[in-house]
Design a protein around this ligand. Structure first.
Ligand code: NAP
Length: 260
């Protein structure tokens, strides 16, 4: 029985991942706060032959989070843990800036929680000599987008953390994969300002992600043209990258507001 944990299972990518893994021989642990969405997903996944349990534990509360992670390690750590829950905020249509309360909440769920899970399960998987951690970053990790500074920072942090964990844990038989999607149709994606080139449906993204996880890829980034373009933003001299980002429309026109 392969045990797979997915946080953010109630979101677009999370649901597609859960559905993709839903088959006999898999035991899914699905996390989300929207109870009705979660219950309907659990029913669908059970219908497809998977064993399923769910959780709505408060990921932002260390005591509750670590108690849940401890329970997931009984008797051994899960085979695959996909840390997918996340939020996005932006500087607003008038470009006035992010509220610090919102930025703090974002950092908690997008960066602190993946690090807490990596910290706890990394050690457990290392001791067991097996397991795979999958951390959800974004192509926004290559170069910060002016309309979403905190989101870009959180995803760059997740990317660096996952890459570092991979180097630490690989000699002990544990895989770590950083996922860097471009635009995937979801509530979060459509609420984000700026153009959305090469938009994928969540099912397509989930297929590419699960294939990459099977191969224990260090990085799963897509779609190719956007991935390649964003990669260059990290490599080119900063002044050129800044001009390119502006040229692509990820900036605020003080007269028109954020470009959508
Ligand atoms: N869609 C894209 O274009 C795109 C691109 C790059 C990266 N990503 C990343 O992919 C991941 C999934 O995003 P998505 O597009 O599927 O977004 P989504 O449909 O908006 O789903 C977001 C998920 O995160 C969960 N979540 C949000 N805040 C939470 C909190 N405080 N505690 C626990 N769970 C919380 C939500 O669950 P509940 O509300 O039920 O708790 C929901 O399941 C995110 O990490 C996102 O940054 C997405």
């Amino acid at each position: 029985m392969t045990r797979i944990v997915i946080t953010g299972a109630t979101g677009a990518i999370g649901q597609a991942l859960a559905t993709g893994y839903a088959r006999p021989g898999n035991r899914l642990v699905l996390h989300g706060r929207q109870r009705e969405v979660l219950e309907s997903l659990v029913a669908d996944c059970r219908g497809a032959g998977a064993e399923v349990e769910c959780s709505s534990v408060d990921l932002g509360e260390d005591g509750a989070l670590f108690a849940w992670l401890e329970s997931l390690c009984d008797p051994t750590p899960p085979d695959i843990v996909i840390v997918n829950a996340g939020i996005n905020i932006n500087i607003g249509e008038d470009g006035s800036g992010e509220s610090w309360d919102d930025a703090s909440r974002l950092l908690e769920i997008n960066l602190r929680v993946p690090m807490a899970i990596g910290n706890f399960l990394g050690k457990r998987m290392r001791a067991a000599g097996r397991g795979q951690l999958v951390l959800m970053s974004s192509l926004a990790a290559y170069h910060g987008l002016p309309v979403t500074p905190s989101y870009s920072a959180s995803k760059a942090g997740v990317k660096a953390y996952g890459e570092a964990l991979r180097g630490w844990l690989a000699p002990h038989g544990v895989g770590v994969t950083v996922v860097m999607p471009g635009y995937v149709s979801s509530k979060m994606c459509h609420e984000m300002p700026g153009p959305k080139p090469f938009l994928w449906q969540p099912e397509r993204a989930a297929r590419v992600i699960t294939r990459g996880i099977e191969r224990n890829r260090a990085r799963i980034s897509f779609p190719f043209p956007l991935d390649f373009g964003c990669w260059w933003l990290a490599v080119l001299p900063a002044a050129i990258s800044q001009r390119l980002v502006k040229g692509f429309g990820y900036h605020i026109d003080p007269h028109d507001g954020a470009k959508r």
